[in-house]
Write a protein that binds this ligand. Structure first.
Ligand code: GDP
Ligand code: GDP
Length: 454
């Protein structure tokens, strides 16, 4: 049995959204059948280095009738019994409702540990006041926004000790031992599909680009060859590489929030990103890199997706040299966390440079999957520390032990250090930049976690 998390709560607090957030790219499982009553869904979830099963009990509202309460109770109890931890989700904007209290009372009776989650807490601090929360008897609420992916590190921090206790996460000591095993060089699992999303503000040319990309492949391989589509993805291939193109227009049709035009595009982006390995951010080269473009770019990077910037409508740009320089400068300045991120100028309309775009997408996908062998990493680390030792903290030098890559997609590293928590941000950046340059990870979002070691 994997470590199991049950998501519990009254309707509309965001359980499904949280489920999707945790399960992420597992397209098939999230894709529920319309019209089929489902009592719950189970998916494989990930958060940081934690892997688990998630049970979502949402969907009960579809069968709203007098038996709702008893069915909820049954479902909830069954899910909680199976779970190692239950997340009781409440709406942070609305505060604690009687139904929330009802859930809390029931959950408190069981043996399963419970975390109280105040969802929809993106804009301001949670409205839940201490007295209210106290009444639930479940400790301090963890403020998150499932929809915007915020507060997930708080959730991680709360889950980690529970997972450790359940034996589902290595303790720091065990982790240190395990990490001494060098990772095999070829460990990057070959995926079935490269999942690629085309994202950007309205009118930058996304549809034109999709049509042109699909049209070209059709010319190469014969009519309709290899293209199948469902409501949200188009399976397609580029010169023999299978690619699943996440179609934001399809997502739009499925979205529950069609009435809110304003929210639409960011919700689309979020959904597309949930599924994407590589996100192509399309800009209109004539008014490029507006604030909204940067917001989307940062979001892509925060989500750990490989990013490729496509400066579209390049055909209409008059002074191309100057435009390129300006764009590069702004990107380097505004997105230092993905230094060297690729920018491809293109014309979706004429098809110019689409080859280059796709080559870049494949290349970034490769880097995103890259594994650096532990031995190489530590040889580099030793030299790096010698060249520029970590600063003194309270008169003592922080002792860095070693580093290992714990994950790919994106490349994620763990640094073991005594008093690692005191490592200044600047030194963290210094190490990240070093990794990026030394191991040719230009433009890829990287993660570096600090782990305590004696
Ligand atoms: P469930 O019935 O508990 O599964 O709730 P859903 O996941 O279907 O979400 C209910 C509504 O709340 C949807 O319109 C979501 O888009 C919205 N929602 C979910 N999470 C958040 C969040 O973090 N912030 C905001 N503002 N809305 C959210
Ligand atoms: P979307 O809203 O991002 O899907 O954008 P569309 O694909 O609908 O394109 C918006 C407008 O930009 C349309 O009028 C397109 O003809 C135009 N457009 C798209 N790509 C290019 C291009 O490469 N060059 C020029 N000059 N116009 C383009």
């Amino acid at each position: 049995m994997p470590f199991t998390i049950a998501i519990i709560g009254r309707p509309n607090v965001g359980k499904s959204t949280l489920f999707n957030r945790l399960v992420g790219k597992k397209l098939a499982i999230v894709d529920d059948q319309p019209g089929v009553t489902r009592d719950r869904r189970v998916g494989e979830g990930h958060l940081g280095d934690l892997d688990f099963a998630v049970i979502d009990t949402a969907g009960l509202e579809d069968t709203f009738d007098d038996s709702l309460e008893s069915r909820m109770r049954e479902q909830t109890e069954a899910a909680v019994k199976e779970a190692d931890v239950a997340l009781l989700v409440i709406d942070g904007r609305e505060g604690v409702t009687p139904l929330d209290e009802h859930f809390a009372r029931r959950l408190r009776k069981g043996k399963t540990p419970i975390l109280l989650i105040a969802n929809k807490s993106e804009t301001r601090a949670s409205e839940i006041n201490a007295a209210e929360a106290y009444r639930l008897g479940l400790g301090d609420p963890i403020p998150i926004s499932a929809e915007h992916g915020q507060g997930l590190s708080l959730l991680y921090d709360a889950l980690r000790p529970i997972a450790e206790k359940a034996g589902a996460a290595l303790t720091d000591d065990e982790f240190a031992d395990a990490a001494l095993e060098p990772l095999p060089d070829d460990a990057a699992e070959a995926p079935k599909h490269l999942q690629m999303a085309i994202i950007g503000r309205p009118n930058v040319g996304k549809s034109t680009l999709v049509n042109n990309l699909l049209g070209r492949e059709r010319l190469l391989t014969g009519p309709e060859a290899g293209i199948t589509r469902d409501s949200i993805a188009i399976d397609w291939s580029w010169k023999g590489t299978p690619i699943r193109l996440i179609d934001t227009a399809g997502l739009r049709r499925r979205s529950k929030v069609v009435d809110k035009v304003e929210r639409l595009s960011s919700a689309d982006t979020d959904r597309a990103l949930t599924y994407a390995h590589v996100a192509v951010l399309v800009l209109d080269a004539n008014d490029m890199l507006e604030k909204q473009d940067l917001t989307i770019a940062r979001h892509i990077v925060e989500e750990g997706r490989a990013l490729v910037i496509a400066a579209n409508k390049w055909d209409a740009v008059e002074n191309k040299t100057e435009a390129m320089k300006k764009l590069r400068d702004r990107i380097d300045y505004s997105l230092p966390q993905v230094k060297g991120v690729p920018v491809v100028t293109l014309s979706a309309m004429t098809g110019r440079n689409l080859d280059k775009l796709m080559d870049t997408v494949l290349k970034m996908y490769g880097l995103w999957n890259k594994r650096v062998p532990t031995a190489r990493l530590n040889r580099w680390l030793e030299g790096t520390i010698q060249a520029h030792p970590p600063p003194l903290v309270a008169g003592k030098r922080i002792k860095i032990r070693y580093m290992t890559q714990i994950k790919t997609r994106p490349p994620t590293f763990a640094l073991f250090a005594q008093k690692g928590e005191d490592l200044p941000d600047a030194y963290h950046r210094y190490l990240m930049n070093g990794i990026r340059e030394t191991f040719d990870l230009e433009g890829v979002p990287l993660r570096l976690y600090l782990r305590k070691s004696e």
